[in-house]
Ligand binder design. Structure first.
Ligand SMILES: NC(=O)c1ccc[n+]([C@@H]2O[C@H](COP(=O)([O-])OP(=O)(O)OC[C@H]3O[C@@H](n4cnc5c(N)ncnc54)[C@H](OP(=O)(O)O)[C@@H]3O)[C@@H](O)[C@H]2O)c1
Length: 370
């Protein structure tokens, strides 16, 4: 395939539409890849033209960042590579300032990430998760300081409430700080709740969505089957069956109904279920990049072909219906029924994507619509 690139959010940073997730680099967590496999995954992705790598200081206790830095250095790819890494999680029990999103931890964490990644700058520095206590002003100001110091090029947020994103972005705009360019969030056929707030937030305010767990931790590849006692299949979700982490609770009747519809759709067009699931999510509004993850080369080979075809509109619509998320209050007020009561029955909706504001230009062609 030929890898296409999008600019991330409203920034000028060119990133490939499929990013490589490196949370599986390292066996420390019991479900990742060993070093040789990780190197092969890295090489194969680069061979396909991929330039966007996602890691975090917390992944596999630092192994992910260390190996990624090594692989990039081995191949002399630092200029070409776009490295995204994250801070927030604490690796030092008993020291609350070794985690969270306060300035002290941000400045501590970046130094360690730079060291492990063997680089002097991060292309996209991401707050990993909301810590509920750090003021938005402190985070956005520290992000801006990091950009001005040259240690960071662009900044992003992951796993945060929409109101917090909105506050950070507004402060950045008003104070002339580096704006947020990316929102990294869980998004897949099995988890579509970000559609309630984040997709329009990102689209309207210059932040590209970076999709994590696009296959719902492997569920959407179709390798797990519902059984009388839950589900069976080999992979991360089987290993983490007893985990209390909400991200890994995927064996639900609703999800298996989505898997069944996906299986039928994949069969109809002769593509793997993983490819159809990735294609569907990568083409959703607001998505800048989809982070693919793998523990085996064959999985990555499969996933890298996910954007080589166009999903027929009728199939995409079927998957949309089968996976439609619940719309809790107040989102019920934004549907056709109540909006009709607001707009006097007239249709006043979002502008179509072809809509362009009229731009006045000088010289030849003055006054034409650009
Ligand atoms: N910001 C955050 O909070 C956050 C959270 C999670 C992830 N992330 C990022 O997003 C990346 C991707 O997340 P993810 O790993 O959860 O993505 P995912 O695509 O939902 O799951 C990937 C896993 O599914 C299985 N798999 C992948 N392709 C397959 C295929 N074609 N056939 C069969 N099985 C397949 C593999 O696991 P098994 O071999 O074990 O089955 C693989 O490791 C991570 O590496 C990380 O960079 C970010």
């Amino acid at each position: 395939m030929t890898m296409a690139y999008y600019t991330l959010g409203r920034s000028g940073l060119r990133v490939s539409r499929l990013a490589l997730g490196t949370m599986t680099f390292g066996t420390d967590w019991g479900w990742g890849a060993d070093k040789e496999t990780a190197r092969r995954l890295f090489d194969r992705y680069v061979e396909e033209g991929g330039n966007f790598f996602d890691t975090a200081d917390a992944y596999t206790n630092g192994v992910s960042e260390t190996w990624l830095g090594e692989f990039i250095a081995e191949r002399g790819l630092r200029d070409k590579a776009v490295i995204a890494t994250k801070f927030t999680f604490n690796a030092e029990p008993g020291n609350p300032n070794a985690g969270g999103n306060g300035r002290k931890n941000m400045l501590r964490a970046i130094e360690r990430s730079l060291k492990r990644l063997n680089t002097d700058y991060i292309d996209l520095y991401i707050l990993h998760a909301w810590d509920r206590v750090t003021p938005a002003e402190e985070v956005i100001r520290t992000f801006d300081d990091l950009v001005r110091s040259g240690k960071v090029r662009h900044v992003g947020l992951s796993d945060v409430p929409a109101w917090y994103v909105s506050r950070l972005q507004t402060i950045a705009e008003l104070r002339g700080y580096e704006p947020i360019s990316a929102l990294q969030l869980e998004y897949s056929l099995a988890e579509r709740n970000i559609e309630n707030e984040f997709v329009s937030l990102g689209t309207e305010h210059g932040m590209g969505v970076m999709v994590w767990s696009p296959l719902a931790s492997g569920l959407l590849s179709g390798k797990y089957r519902a059984t009388q006692n839950g589900a069976a299949g080999a992979g991360r979700l089987e290993t983490l069956k007893g985990s209390t982490n909400p991200g890994f609770q995927k064996f639900t009747p609703r999800n298996f109904a989505i898997v069944a519809e996906l299986e039928a759709a994949a069969k109809e067009i002769g593509r793997s279920m993983a490819q159809v699931a990735l294609n569907w999510i990568a083409n959703r509004p607001g998505v800048a990049a989809t982070i693919v993850g793998a523990t085996k080369l064959a999985q990555l080979e499969d996933n890298l072909q996910a954007l080589d075809f166009t999903l027929p509109a009728e199939l995409a619509a079927r998957l949309d219906r089968a996976s439609a998320p619940e719309r809790p209050f107040p989102y019920t007020f934004f549907g056709a029924e109540i909006q009709g009561m607001i707009h006097g029955g007239a249709t006043v909706g979002a502008k179509p994507s072809s809509y362009q504001p009229r731009i006045e230009t000088f010289g030849a062609g003055a006054g034409v619509t650009a």
